[in-house]
Design a protein around this ligand. Structure first.
Ligand SMILES: [Mg+2]
Length: 233
């Protein structure tokens, strides 16, 4: 059991912390790749989709009318694992459609929902900080296997506030939440993220989940389950 004192709020990572890394890699990414051609053809006149496709055309030098060319380009970016902004935006739209149509639900470890609820009941604020966009985070928790967990959270942060391995990001998060860093606990599976949070003054705990990469050498408190993390205000 890990015990943390003098806390007002908890900030949690998603992948490798509340959820398996494999859900994102084995379910979400293949789903987006599989559905992409059909989604683009069906929704290319939707204003937000149209705007993203115009960006694809600009970045790849294709005419805006060449939908097949844009689809080929998007699939190539996926194969090359390119983090291109319009591709990420389209993946977000496709995942949203998939969640809403019930094609999958977001996997969360079984200890997560009851413990989040218990922390909230104890008066702690709950926040998410993940490299997935705020929209993706909200969909993830709204359509989870444990039900709609979205109302448990008071706020979401993504990399628009800064990188997860940068101390400054955690200073900004503490400021935005309005709670001193020392009264915030950051939960993550990545030592470099915890180091940045600790440098900003956060309390920290490393999650060891099945399927996570080895953490390497470190001196952070560790836990295999949210149920083994005791948070006192
Ligand atoms: Mg993670």
């Amino acid at each position: 059991m890990q015990e943390f004192r003098n806390l007002q709020a908890i900030v949690t990572d998603i992948e490798g912390t509340t959820s398996s890394i494999s859900f994102v890699h084995d379910v979400l990414f293949p789903y987006a790749a599989d559905k992409l051609p059909e989604f683009v053809r069906e929704h290319c006149d939707r204003p937000d989709v149209k705007e993203v496709l115009a960006e694809v055309a600009r970045e790849s030098g294709l005419p805006e009318s060449d939908r097949d060319g844009q689809i080929t380009q998007l699939l190539q970016w996926i194969r090359d694992d390119k983090k291109v902004t319009p591709l990420k935006a389209l993946q977000g739209f496709i995942w949203e459609a998939g969640y809403r149509s019930g094609d999958y639900r977001a996997y969360v470890y079984s200890d997560v929902a009851p413990q989040l609820q218990a922390w909230k009941n104890a008066g702690l604020g709950l926040y998410v900080y993940s490299s997935g966009s705020v929209l993706a985070q909200k969909l993830f928790f709204e359509f989870s296997e444990a039900g709609n967990l979205l109302p448990l959270f008071e706020g979401h942060f993504d990399t628009t506030i800064g990188g997860k391995r940068e101390c400054e990001s955690y200073r900004r998060i503490s400021e935005e939440i309005g709670v001193a860093a020392g009264q915030l606990l950051f939960l993550s599976d990545v030592v470099a993220e915890l180091a940045a949070a600790r440098e900003a003054g956060f309390q920290t705990c490393l999650l060891l989940r099945p399927g996570n990469a080895a953490a390497g050498e470190h001196d952070f408190p560790v836990s295999r389950s949210f149920a083994d993390i005791r948070c006192l205000s």
